[in-house]
Design a protein around this ligand. Structure first.
Ligand code: ZN
Length: 243
């Protein structure tokens, strides 16, 4: 069966609807979300309601977390992210915030786990983009296969006991059976690998392979929405660059 894993939607409804249309065309029905449904983009409510109402199995991202906090934790993040988080709160009702709060940090299936950043929670939200972060993650990764987001870059990280972890950009590949693997699924709503197209990973549990699917979407529409909402222009500009 083909399963889609994607995340870092970041309130980009143009990107999310394009991804869902593509997955529908491919006949993919089972979907998982690695979190960060809100933050940065101008359609947090629409994205949240779509993920919720379609029953997409999702974990909680750091932006989902910050959006539900009222104790000032948001002040530790970059100013433009903070501004958007406060704006997000103003766009969401209590039922949306309650739904974000109940999202788990980790979801486990029989053969894989789904997490936003890493299975390490202290320090919170590390990026699995270097050897040290990879080693820490594999110490706590509960299954041999994990799908994660947060870096907004599609990456393939593998680990064989006694060896150093290997980090590469993610390409279509068969997955090894006797190694631990963490797959960074890239981002739907704000890719940062210089490719502005939305990113989704398809997992085939029979062949035991992953495939990277890039989906072109209405970037200008998403930019227009950010500018109309009065959010920082940098957030619109970076969408066209994939950064
Ligand atoms: Zn993110």
């Amino acid at each position: 069966m083909q399963t889609a894993i994607f995340g870092d939607i970041h309130g980009n409804i143009e990107a999310l609807t394009a991804v869902l249309q593509t997955l529908s065309n491919l006949g993919v029905e089972k979907m998982y979300c690695t979190g960060d449904i809100v933050g940065y983009g101008a359609s947090p409510r629409e994205c949240l309601e779509l993920v919720r109402d379609l029953g997409i199995c999702s974990v909680r991202g750091n932006h989902d977390d910050y959006t539900t906090q009222t104790g000032g934790r948001e002040w530790r993040i970059r100013p433009e992210a903070r501004e958007v988080i406060l704006w997000n709160r103003s766009q969401l009702g209590p039922e949306h915030l309650d739904w974000l709060r109940q999202l788990p940090h980790v979801h486990q299936e029989k053969h894989f786990s789904v997490v936003h950043a890493s299975h390490v929670y202290v320090p919170q939200w590390p990026y699995i983009l270097n050897e040290r972060a990879a080693i820490h993650n594999f110490l706590f990764q509960p299954r041999s296969l994990c799908f994660c987001g947060h870096s907004h870059v599609p990456v393939y990280v593998s680990h064989r006991p006694g060896r150093r972890p290997q980090l590469d950009l993610l390409h279509n590949t068969l997955l090894p059976r006797r190694q631990s693997v963490a797959i960074g699924v890239g981002a739907v709503g704000q890719p940062r690998d210089n490719d502005p197209r939305a990113c989704v990973v398809l997992f085939d549990d029979e062949v035991h392979s992953v495939r990277v699917v890039r989906v072109a979407y209405d970037v200008e529409g998403a930019q227009q929405r950010i500018r109309s909402a009065g959010l920082p222009d940098e957030l619109a500009e970076r969408l066209a660059l994939g950064q």
